[in-house]
Write a protein that binds this ligand. Structure first.
Ligand code: NAD
Ligand code: DAU
Length: 333
């Protein structure tokens, strides 16, 4: 397959590109990424000279650029987005632009180039807060942050292009990812890197909010399975049934790095903070035979080790813009 990957210089997209190039010797990848603060070509150093890989710096809202790439594309896997909830609280404009207008631009181009196969990577946050049973494909949408509202809007557009124009789409709604190359604004890499630097970990509110944690490599294998075997027009929820309160995650990381609880700092809660996410992945398991491969205990230990061994990567990322962001986000809390 000749894939157009959007947002391939980010956390999940870069892991996905490495996965595809290693697994499918016949596939080639075009990576379209704007290189926002979250995009980093160092995530793709090992494959930058691969003859089956090409990088194009650009914006998914740029229709003529998207059209020029769409011509030679077999399928689109769409990761590009603004992704951090806290940033969407500070300023939601880019979330509306990239996540909604960007998705629309790609869909329209895919439609006008003969109806390209289109996989949309989305999030469980579109469902809001778990009430009773975990989220599945029939859970009603109830987004509660500007980020999740923009992702919900993009999901609706993708589904509308299937129903109205027969665009061959699939959607995945995934739980929280962790693993190598995650930008250190998200809880797990922020906790690990702060602790290595001798700083405290900011824990929002009472720390009892629950997330369902999935290793990024398992997410990539699920997307690959859905892309190749998924039913057109269908949505698949992806997770591994590993629910943990934030404070427990932080305690695990403290332990792995030999730190005590004095490194926890409870801070003012996130506005509109969703209390609980959890995914029921039964459909993707049952209908497509997808299975996760990485147990949480093993994955988190490997992740801590990766950040310890790759300090050069995150120390560069944690300079400049990041320092200003950290001050804006945490300075007053
Ligand atoms: P990320 O923030 O690490 O990377 C996003 C990438 O998109 C960056 O490389 C950035 O430069 C690029 N980008 C942003 N706006 C762009 C634009 N207008 N044009 C071109 N490129 C642009 O994100 P991630 O964590 O890798 O998430 C990837 C996708 O997966 C997103 O759609 C996100 O909503 C979804 N998702 C993430 C998680 C998670 O836990 N991280 C969970 C479920 C779903
Ligand atoms: O569920 C999927 C979503 O997971 C993705 O769609 C998002 O792109 C991704 O950012 C993530 O969203 P969360 O808001 O759940 O992830 P985050 O790492 O920001 O926060 C995880 C939990 O930890 C959440 O309850 C807030 C809390 N938290 C986070 C940070 C950054 C803290 O207590 N302290 C922090 O400093």
């Amino acid at each position: 397959m000749n894939l157009l990957i959007t947002g391939g210089a980010g956390f999940i997209g870069s892991n996905f590109i490495r996965t595809i190039l290693a697994k499918y010797p016949e596939d080639s990848v075009m990576n379209l990424d704007l290189l926002t603060y979250a995009g980093n070509l160092e995530n793709l150093k090992e494959i930058e000279n691969n003859s089956r890989y090409k990088f194009v710096k650009g914006d998914i809202t740029d229709r003529s650029l998207v059209d020029s790439l769409m011509k030679d594309t077999g399928a689109v896997v769409h990761f590009a987005a603004e992704t951090h909830v806290d940033r969407s609280v500070l300023d939601s404009g880019n979330f509306v632009r990239s996540n909604i207008l960007g998705t629309y631009t790609l869909l329209e181009s895919a439609r006008q180039h003969g109806g390209k196969r289109f996989h949309h990577v989305s999030t469980d946050e579109v469902f809001g807060v778990v009430e009773g049973k975990p989220f599945d494909e029939n859970t009603p949408y109830n987004p509660r942050s500007p980020y999740s509202a923009s992702k919900a809007a993009s999901d609706h557009l993708v589904r509308a292009y299937f129903h109205t124009f027969n665009l061959p789409i699939t959607i995945s709604n995934c739980a929280n990812n962790y693993g190598p190359y995650c930008f250190p604004e998200k809880l797990i890499p922020l906790a690990i890197t702060n602790l290595i630097e001798g700083k405290k970990v900011p824990v929002y509110g009472d720390g009892l909010q629950v997330r369902d944690w999935l290793h990024v490599i398992d997410h990539c294998s699920a997307i690959d399975t859905i892309l190749r075997k998924g039913k057109i027009g269908e949505t698949y929820c992806v997770g591994v049934r590993k629910q943990l309160p934030n404070i427990e995650i932080v305690r695990l990381i403290l332990k792995a790095l030999g730190k005590d609880e004095s490194f926890i700092e409870f801070v003012k809660d996130r506005p509109g903070h969703d209390r609980h996410y959890a995914i029921d992945p039964s459909r993707v398991e049952r209908e497509l035979g997808w299975k996760s491969a990485i147990a949480f205990e093993e994955g988190i230990a490997q992740t801590v080790k990766w950040y310890v061994e790759n300090a050069e990567w995150w120390r560069k990322v944690k300079s400049g813009e990041y320092r200003e962001y950290y001050e804006r986000q945490y300075g007053h809390r």
